[in-house]
Design a binder for this molecule. Structure first.
Ligand SMILES: C[S@@+](CC[C@H](N)C(=O)[O-])C[C@H]1O[C@@H](n2cnc3c(N)ncnc32)[C@H](O)[C@@H]1O
Length: 245
């Protein structure tokens, strides 16, 4: 199978090929949430850009770049200091791997790589944002800071998506407190551990009802996911203990 994300007839990356390439990239980001990001990136308003906080080796960046190329061609800005704690000890960086993976996927020209921490890159930032993807430092304070810092630049109908919600306390608390609580986000979507929602103003009664139904669906999905996670984790703990004798 070709390693290019592009069909031979044109420059539109196909999700099947993107999945194939992304599977060969180190990371913790799954194919279902990849397809969700691809769709959101394809729909993203090119009057704003797509901002990614946390790229690592580029799994999610590839999905964003491919979706943008297949759709309305919003620019992708991928922000990461590329100095994970254990990497620093070895004097290594993930930037080279990111560049190579984006080039192999054929999306490097769609992506601007910014080697900086989110909070540094936000200083002096002035471009509007149509899609904000948060997958950086997962501590509650950091996720909250990322959303507040970058949220200032969101277009009125921009989409915010966060990774590792439902099962990680930091990202999930931010979803509850900043996306669900104040009622300024609607059209909630989820895939694997990713949650996405669209900015909105005051909703009419019918739209508010649809929003509430969406939140009930999300809550039920979260319960299932956490139960599965607990079972799997519990099973693995018992299996490992038995294996140790
Ligand atoms: C879970 S990984 C990202 C995975 C990536 N999205 C993928 O699909 O494989 C988290 C990344 O966040 C980065 N990071 C940590 N703190 C950050 C910060 N303050 N600003 C931007 N990125 C940060 C780390 O360097 C790391 O590469």
């Amino acid at each position: 199978m070709s390693r290019s994300a592009f069909s031979t007839s044109g420059r539109r990356p196909r999700p099947e090929a993107v999945e194939d390439i992304s599977a060969g990239v180190e990371g913790w980001f799954g194919p279902e949430e990849g397809r969700l990001l691809y769709r959101l990136a394809a729909e993203a308003d090119p009057a704003g850009c797509i901002v990614e906080i946390g790229s690592w080796h580029g799994r999610s960046t590839i999905w964003l770049g491919a979706g943008a190329k297949a759709g309305r061609e919003a620019r992708v800005v991928a922000i990461d200091p590329h100095t994970g704690t254990y990497l620093r000890e070895h004097g290594e960086t993930t930037e080279a791997a990111l560049r190579a993976n984006l080039a192999r996927a054929g999306v490097l020209d769609q992506v601007e790589i910014v080697v900086a921490r989110s909070e540094e890159a936000a200083t002096g930032w002035s471009r509007p944002i149509s899609l904000l993807w948060i997958d950086g430092d997962h501590a509650y304070e950091s996720v909250r800071r990322d959303l507040l810092l970058w949220g200032r630049h969101l277009l009125p109908a921009a989409v915010v998506a966060l990774h590792d919600t439902f099962v990680w306390p930091g990202p999930e608390r931010v979803v509850q407190e900043l996306l669900i609580g104040p009622g300024r986000y609607t059209s909630f979507l989820h895939a694997e551990t990713t949650t996405a929602a669209r900015r909105c103003g005051q909703l009419a009664p019918r739209a508010a009802l649809v929003r509430r139904a969406g939140l009930v669906r999300r809550a039920l999905y979260g319960m299932r996911l956490r139960a599965y996670d607990a079972n799997t984790h519990g099973f693995a703990t018992i299996r490992d203990a038995l294996a140790r004798g």
